[in-house]
Design a protein around this ligand. Sequence first.
Ligand code: BDR
Ligand code: CA
Length: 302
Amino acid sequence: MTPIPILLDCDPGHDDAIALLLALASPEVELRGVTTVAGNQTLEKTTANALRVLELMGREDVEVAAGADRPLVREPFVAAYVHGETGLDGSDLRPARGAPVAQHAVDFLAERVAGITLVATGPLTNVALLLARHEERPERIVLMGGAIAEGNVTPAAEFNVWADPEAAKRVFAGGLDLTMVGLDVTHKALVRAEHKERLRAAGRVGRTVAELLDFYDRFHREVYGFDGSPIHDAVALAYAFRPDLLETRELNVEVDTTSDLCRGRTVVDVWRRTGREANARVAVGINSSAFVELLVERIGSL
Ligand code: BDR
Ligand code: CA
């Protein structure tokens, strides 16, 4: 088996951190680097969190490059109400000892992105800047963001697309091989108490993830009444090497950047009403039990 080369552009964030751990735990993946963006927390905190997760794993060999510290146009907005003040509240992860490389994430990506799967699990600011400033393109992008018929930050929009809608609009218009993994599928695959207890019993890393989930679960219980948490970003990461986990359709997706009410809504032309060309592979179904089992088994093995 030849591992799939992957770059992860992220804003850790509980589910980003778990996606990163899934990449490190999976022999199908060769992680070629991590880039960070402001989103769930400030860039300083998301970058520190990526380093903290890599250091937990003793994987300081994986380089981290810090990127955009704010959206292209909009005011910065962090999701402390989901991820806490640190962006990874709930665990006792040690503060980062290392530092990001000196290179900006966008230049870091440009140097490494050819022939690569870019998994993007934060606002799409770095990716949009890559398209604007460089010729180099990834082989494909798998992004966590958007939704066909749901929102989480507003009734109309998902956080990553809402946070930087102008960036998302450019990425969907970029003529790339793009897969959108949105809330329609991530909300169907919950990591529940029984999975959490398996992780807690599995060892040091599993215990850390269970503690993170104890914190993360509160938001999903209070807001949605969920009996567990969706690990949004890990679904996108898993799809990169296990495409059988998701059912997808080739559809047109446009991002609303003009209205206030529907800022960042991904308008997905499910019934092909517009005649516009498909520009994305949109996840419409998930094998939830297979995904959750993969996640628990891999993280538990660390
Ligand atoms: C997405 O927003 C962030 O809060 C999560 O990390 C995930 O990437 C879910 O809407
Ligand atoms: Ca994220």
